[in-house]
Design a protein around this ligand. Structure first.
Ligand SMILES: Cc1cc2nc3c(=O)[nH]c(=O)nc-3n(C[C@H](O)[C@H](O)[C@H](O)COP(=O)(O)O)c2cc1C
Length: 423
């Protein structure tokens, strides 16, 4: 089931070093890229069907084509390496094991969008990853792949690493831009969208690390080779992080479209200790939970996830077994989003705190049925009433637990039950 497109060099010793990476194909696409017109590169990426791997799945080539034509301002690329969504741990592999794949992707993207400056915004806690990435960038400058000329071509490109300070909200693309500009990381109202008015008021493309790292394969092998993986509407491969209560948690590269349960069983070894599956979080903590029945029919692609009223998200799959207390899980979830709220919008700042208080009250055994209903009502009142979707990320997933595992909340209300007795 596993494939090696993005992870082709991951297991080669020292592949993070430029000479080893080059021996195994790094930077080999550049002659081809520079022989193409920038618009042709955009068309090729569009034809590949690549969709943004940061969570929303927006078509990458299409996003690039939103840049205004004939602009007299600089165009910027901001690579989103914040990777702070709980259960998400894919980009860090690229940064440490094959940073030159990312740098090559940045060159390809910048050439296509006519940009001469790229910023990589990296999660503050990623100390190892920052070091690996900066070392690779230094190597690329020294080898003539970055700087005033690229691979001997008359094309200038500078890449700057910008470290975040540990705020989940800075993964939201406009908060990320604010943070690079040196301000508090608070999302901007849209429109204008960053493609029109982004970093320093200039047109800016923001893409996830994995989206950009997918470009060298597409340029080297063509759009059909990329579309040979995955489904018609969700082509390609993805680095899935499988965690939770499975025998073999880890990061696995798989084509999109595989049945979720088959992946859990065959790739991650199945639920550990012979326990029973209770639920699956399919794509990071913000994606609505799936019941075992739903998990039976869902496949790992954007369309199937949407049909099951959840999201593909970041590909961070969390497997929950029958020892998991869903009420305490929800407490943990709300705690995280409340803590990470930037405080700009009242429904998010106050509402998530209120929800947390109610869940804590339920867990203390002091809750009522009306409290459970109030939680749902709060979800309805918070959602989509804010500048960004941080609070919706919390309410959409919380609502899924309230709907699908309400009996566990009721068990607490009716006598302080634990997960085991609530089942
Ligand atoms: C609260 C919040 C956090 C986010 N965190 C990340 C993140 O850590 N990494 C990421 O790539 N996208 C993150 N996103 C999505 C970005 O806003 C944006 O859609 C993405 O970087 C676009 O890249 P893509 O089109 O290549 O997916 C986040 C969005 C929100 C609302």
């Amino acid at each position: 089931m596993q494939v090696k497109v993005l992870s082709a060099r991951f297991d080669i010793p020292d592949a993070h070093k430029i000479e080893v990476a080059k021996e195994h194909g790094a930077y080999a696409t550049l002659d081809k890229v520079f022989a193409m017109q920038p618009e042709e590169v955009i068309e090729l990426v569009k034809a590949s069907g690549l969709r943004g791997r940061g969570g929303a799945g927006f078509p990458t080539g299409l996003k690039w084509s939103f840049l205004p034509k004939n602009i007299d301002k600089p165009v910027y690329l901001a690579v989103n390496s914040d990777e702070s969504e709980p259960a998400t741990f894919k980009d860090r592999y690229i940064l440490v094991r094959d940073p030159h794949m990312l740098i090559e992707g940045i060159i390809i993207c910048c050439y296509a969008i006519k940009s001469h400056a790229a910023y990589i915004y990296i999660r503050g806690e990623y100390t190892t990853q920052v070091k690996a990435l900066q070392a690779a960038i230094d190597e690329a400058y020294a080898a003539g792949y970055l700087g005033d000329t690229i691979a001997g071509k008359d094309y200038k490109l500078d890449v700057t690493v910008h470290r975040g300070a540990g705020a989940y909200v800075c993964g939201e693309e406009t908060a990320l831009l604010e943070s690079i500009e040196g301000r508090k990381g608070q999302p901007r109202s849209k429109p204008p969208f960053p493609a029109v008015e982004g970093l320093y008021g200039c047109p800016t493309i923001i893409n996830n690390v994995q989206s950009i790292a997918s470009l060298p394969f597409i340029l080297a092998n063509g759009s059909d080779a990329y579309k040979a993986y995955g489904t018609e509407k969700s082509p390609g491969t993805h680095l899935f992080g499988i965690s939770g209560l499975v025998k073999k948690p880890g990061m696995y590269e798989l084509p999109l479209g595989l049945p979720l349960l088959e992946v859990i069983d065959k790739v991650a070894g199945g639920v550990r200790d012979g326990r029973k599956l209770k639920g699956v979080i399919p794509g990071g903590s913000s994606t609505p939970v799936l019941t075992p029945e739903e998990a039976q029919t869902v496949t790992l692609d954007y369309e199937s996830m949407a049909a099951h009223k959840t999201m593909f998200g970041s590909g961070g799959i969390v497997v929950l077994d029958d020892t998991v207390d869903m009420v305490k899980l929800v407490e943990n979830l709300i705690y995280f989003y409340h803590h990470e709220s930037c405080g700009q919008c009242t429904p998010c700042r106050e509402g998530l705190g209120w929800m947390l208080k109610i869940v804590k009250k339920i867990i203390r055994g002091e809750g009522t049925i009306a409290d459970i209903d109030l939680l749902t009502e709060l979800c309805d009142n918070i959602e989509m009433k804010t500048v960004c979707v941080l609070s919706a990320a919390c309410t959409m997933s919380t609502r899924s637990y309230l709907n699908k595992f309400r009996h566990e909340f009721e068990a607490y209300v009716n006598g302080g039950a634990s997960a085991q007795t609530a089942m």
